[in-house]
Design a protein around this ligand. Structure first.
Ligand SMILES: [Zn+2]
Ligand SMILES: [Zn+2]
Length: 231
């Protein structure tokens, strides 16, 4: 990364993308990955919801709690190992700081080709890892609280991951696309675009989805530092 020209000129971004492009697997296309991730995630969520039975008020309360826990995990992982080389999690730093942030900067947020979304999505095995991790946390909840509590936590965790992938993708679609023009995406993309400024990426806007923890921990930056318009 540090040998790259990190300025936002068209020549610099083209050079960086040319250097990183050979890292995209030869037959990669984002649709099979994203389709399978959606299918698996929605199946897991549906399975959980269909198995709920007579949910009490206190059990429903677990939904916002699980959502806030997921928001905090997103914040911590992004602010920590995704932007700071941390030995057991080197792959997160490699994929995020050294690839995603080099491929997309605040002046070039969208991809040129569908294959370029390889540098936006998590690796294809991530959805499996998320399901297993969510189940590992849901199981003790089921034991300690109730079956409904475990199922609700599991469903919220998977839904949050899916929201992360959808929202992050939407920020990196062309700003004038159907999804890119929606009110919510326009608002949230502004925050993520500021985060893609190379001088700000370790300082602000670590929530990719909803900036709750950024607000809580004082790292929310609603200004666009760069006067350049993202494309
Ligand atoms: Zn991004
Ligand atoms: Zn980042």
């Amino acid at each position: 990364m540090y040998d790259d020209d990190l300025t936002g000129t068209a020549e610099a971004i083209a050079a960086r993308r040319t250097r990183l492009a050979p890292g995209i697997p030869r037959h990669y296309h984002p649709l099979p990955y994203f389709g399978a991730a959606n299918l698996l995630a929605l199946s897991a969520i549906t399975f959980s919801l269909l198995n709920l039975h007579a949910v009490t008020f206190w059990e429903w309360l677990l939904v916002p709690i699980a959502f806030l826990v997921a928001n905090w995990v997103e914040y911590r992982v992004h602010r920590g190992p995704m932007h700071h080389l941390t030995p057991p999690w080197k792959i997160l730093f490699q994929r995020h700081t050294r690839q995603h942030h080099v491929f997309f900067d605040n002046t070039h947020m969208s991809a040129d080709r569908p294959q370029d979304y390889y540098f936006v999505f998590f690796p294809c095995w991530a959805i499996g890892l998320v399901i297993i991790t969510a189940a590992l946390f849901a199981f003790p909840l089921r034991m300690l609280l109730s079956r409904n509590a475990g199922l609700l936590f599991f469903a919220v965790a998977i839904a949050y991951y899916l929201a992360y992938e959808w929202l992050h993708l939407s920020y990196h679609l062309p700003a004038d696309s159907f999804i890119g023009r929606t009110w919510l995406v326009k608002k949230l993309r502004r925050l993520h675009t500021a985060h893609h400024d190379v001088t700000l990426m370790t300082r602000c806007n670590f929530n990719i989805t909803f900036p709750i923890c950024d607000r809580l921990f004082g790292t929310l930056d609603t200004r666009m530092k760069s006067p350049a318009k993202p494309r």
